[in-house]
Design a binder for this molecule. Structure first.
Ligand SMILES: [Zn+2]
Ligand SMILES: [Zn+2]
Ligand SMILES: [Zn+2]
Ligand SMILES: [Zn+2]
Length: 300
């Protein structure tokens, strides 16, 4: 069942379309670390980012910058994929779409000139202008606050506990930790993630097709003949439009997910993401889309 449309697919982050490359410094497509949110309005909250199966917070997996040329309301467009990495579940997945017109509250109308690219370009994290606090661990909306220092914000009890063990215990109890020191410790977290991401990026530049396959409306490639979704298995968007295939994550990505601190065992083959064919602007903020997971079947 080889798909004849592979040539249309944009393979991997590195081989991405010019539109992506154009603004990739400002709008990264990235794997792991924290999400670099696009719009600051209507971020998914802890409930939206909880695993539908086990209820624990999902971990950020990757994001794509995927604007729709010719669509004024989707001049900027991002897709954000999260997965459950809490054993024994490790099965839940959720994906969100956000889009903005060229003229919006968050970004300049004219793209910034391509000034000296930062050595650690991947660490460019969008600052939210809404003043929303983000979880120190995962970068998602963090409505909970450390009750001792009132400075650290978290999405969930789980991430607060994790951060406590990762060192907030010391930072928090040190009388008068200055904001700079806190930023510094965040920067250290970031640079470790950057290193992981950098390694990943170097690797995929030689074999991008093994990681991600992008092509809105093309046919997904499955790794097994089992558990292939029928049309009825892909729910329509709440706006009424059908959902169409947009990109898929290939099993090879698993190899790069072993080293980070948010968990370990993830067990899936192909993840296929389907998005609203109209890329509708239902509501503002982040619209949930649909992920189909095809597991690797054990046929030893
Ligand atoms: Zn779960
Ligand atoms: Zn969190
Ligand atoms: Zn604290
Ligand atoms: Zn829709």
């Amino acid at each position: 069942m080889a798909s004849g449309s592979v040539g249309l697919a944009e393979l991997g982050f590195v081989e991405a379309a010019p539109a992506w490359r154009l603004r990739s410094e400002q709008f990264p497509s990235k794997v792991g670390g924290r999400p670099a949110w696009l719009g600051a309005a209507g971020l998914p909250g802890p409930a939206g980012l909880a695993c539908a199966l086990c209820g624990r917070p999902l971990a950020f997996l990757l994001q794509l910058y995927a604007p729709l040329p010719g669509r004024a309301d989707a001049f900027h467009r991002g897709l954000f994929l999260f997965c459950c990495r809490t054993p024994p579940c490790c099965a839940g997945l959720r994906v969100f779409r956000n889009q903005l017109p060229r003229r919006n509250d968050f970004y300049a109308y004219e793209p910034p000139s391509e000034d000296p690219p930062l050595e650690t370009g991947e660490s460019v994290c969008l600052q939210l202008e809404s003043g929303a606090h983000l979880c120190r661990v995962c970068g998602c909306l963090g409505p909970k606050t450390c009750s001792r220092c009132h400075k650290a914000h978290y999405c969930s009890k789980e991430h607060q506990t994790l951060d406590w063990r990762l060192g907030h215990k010391q930072a928090c109890t040190q009388e008068g930790e200055t904001p700079e020191e806190e930023l510094d410790s965040m920067a250290k977290h970031e640079s470790r993630e950057d290193r992981i991401f950098q390694k990943f990026k170097t690797k995929i530049s030689s074999e991008p097709e093994q990681i991600l396959r992008y092509g809105r409306g093309i046919a997904p490639i499955w790794i097994s003949g089992e558990n292939i979704p029928q049309e009825k298995d892909i729910p329509d968007c709440p706006c009424g439009a059908k959902r169409i295939f947009e990109f898929q994550v290939m099993p090879h990505l698993l190899n790069y997910l072993k080293a980070d601190r948010l968990g370990r065992s993830v067990d899936w083959g192909v993840l296929a993401v389907f998005t609203c064919a109209e890329s509708c602007g239902l509501g503002t903020g982040y619209t949930e889309e649909f992920v189909w997971k095809q597991d690797i079947t054990d046929t030893a």
